[in-house]
Design a protein around this ligand. Structure first.
Ligand code: NAP
Length: 323
């Protein structure tokens, strides 16, 4: 089977990695926002009708967590209404939807990794919009895989890795939150694992791309846990050791030296931000491993991968066991 795949969000952190990998699985159609604006229902319908993809990979999202507090309807339009329509259209043509969601659907009151069946309770508007998107896809009846991930970053886009590196060229001291626990996940590793899973499903596919019992929600994050403070320290350690010739690093630092000698831990209370964030948002990846035989590397290994000259491996680094 060589499916037609519709990818949204190809300019994003995750979408651009998927855009690189998905052509090996099928015929990829990846319209940018100009060609497929997800706030335009008619455009979604027209593209789904004319392309008739077997697989819809939705990597597009409204991801500005703080801005969503004052623009909740915009977040809902992209994160809930558009996925709902994509899923309804997918259901009609028998396509499978692959969608990404977030650890921010949880409130962080647990102190052991969240499993997929734990009750969500988002603390912020972004989390509410992502939860509504998940629910809309489930309710559509379309075959789907919802992958919840966390603390996503890449060597491009807007993220914590690039912010820390930029600030480290401007300041001698950085103050970073040390009381939120999570798993920073690199978009390249997430895309590689997603591609590995889809490759195995496509290879096994009979009349349907995925059998109904696999349809559902899975947690997919880096292994291990850390805080933003520890993550910032690790970023600066890796950057200090890395070759200054890495193009993305040169661009992130604007070619300037790293000044920051000290990272100071602060509390969430001290770092005021418009959106509340969960204090603890580790996601158990056991279901992903049991179902697909896939585990993502530890967060530190993923970070080191970014600083390696072979940042973009030719093949996905995770192996899938036979189901
Ligand atoms: N970032 C995180 O920390 C994080 C954490 C957990 C889960 N996630 C989830 O992981 C997935 C990927 O996130 P990401 O960080 O890769 O996102 P991102 O870098 O912010 O990219 C978002 C993508 O969505 C596109 N987009 C936004 N609004 C659109 C619209 N109205 N129509 C069409 N395209 C639109 C953007 O296009 P433009 O380039 O044109 O703006 C961009 O390609 C999302 O589902 C997100 O919720 C992210």
């Amino acid at each position: 089977m060589k499916p037609t795949i519709l990818l949204t969000g190809k300019t994003g952190q995750l979408g651009s990695e998927l855009h690189r990998l998905l052509p090996r699985l099928g015929d990829l159609i990846a319209p940018d926002r100009k060609a497929l604006d997800l706030i335009e229902p008619e455009t979604i319908r027209r593209i789904m009708h004319s392309m008739k993809p077997q697989l819809v990979v939705n990597a597009a999202a409204y991801t500005a967590v703080d801005a969503a507090e004052t623009h909740e309807s915009d977040a809902l339009a992209v994160n809930a209404e558009a996925p709902h329509l994509l899923a309804l259209e997918a259901k009609e043509i028998g396509a499978t939807v692959v969608h990404f969601s977030t650890d921010y659907v949880f409130d962080g009151s647990k102190n052991a990794p969240y499993v997929e069946t734990d009750p969500p309770n988002p603390l912020n508007a972004y989390g509410r919009s992502k939860l509504a998107g998940e629910q809309a896809i489930r309710d559509s009846g379309a075959s789907h895989l919802i992958f919840r991930t966390s603390w996503l970053y890449a060597t491009h886009g807007r993220n914590f890795l690039l912010t820390v590196l930029r600030l480290a060229t401007e300041r001698q001291e950085l103050k970073i939150v040390d009381d939120q626990m999570g798993a920073p996940t690199c978009a390249a590793d997430l895309a590689a694992a997603t591609t590995t899973i889809l490759a195995a499903l496509i290879a096994d596919a009979k009349s349907q791309l995925i059998s109904p019992h696999l349809s559902g929600t899975y947690h997919m994050t880096a292994a291990g846990q850390t805080t933003w403070y520890e993550f910032a320290n690790a970023i600066l350690d890796e950057a200090a050791r890395a070759s200054r010739n890495l193009p993305w690093l040169a661009s992130a630092t604007n070619g300037r030296p790293l000044l920051a000698a000290r990272v100071l831990p602060i509390s969430t209370e001290e770092f005021r931000s418009p959106a509340r964030r969960p204090a603890y948002s580790l996601l158990s990846n056991a279901r992903l491993k049991e179902t697909f035989g896939v585990t993502l590397p530890p967060w530190r290994t993923q970070l080191q991968g970014c600083f390696s000259p072979e940042h973009f491996p030719a093949d996905p680094p995770v192996a899938i066991s036979s189901r």
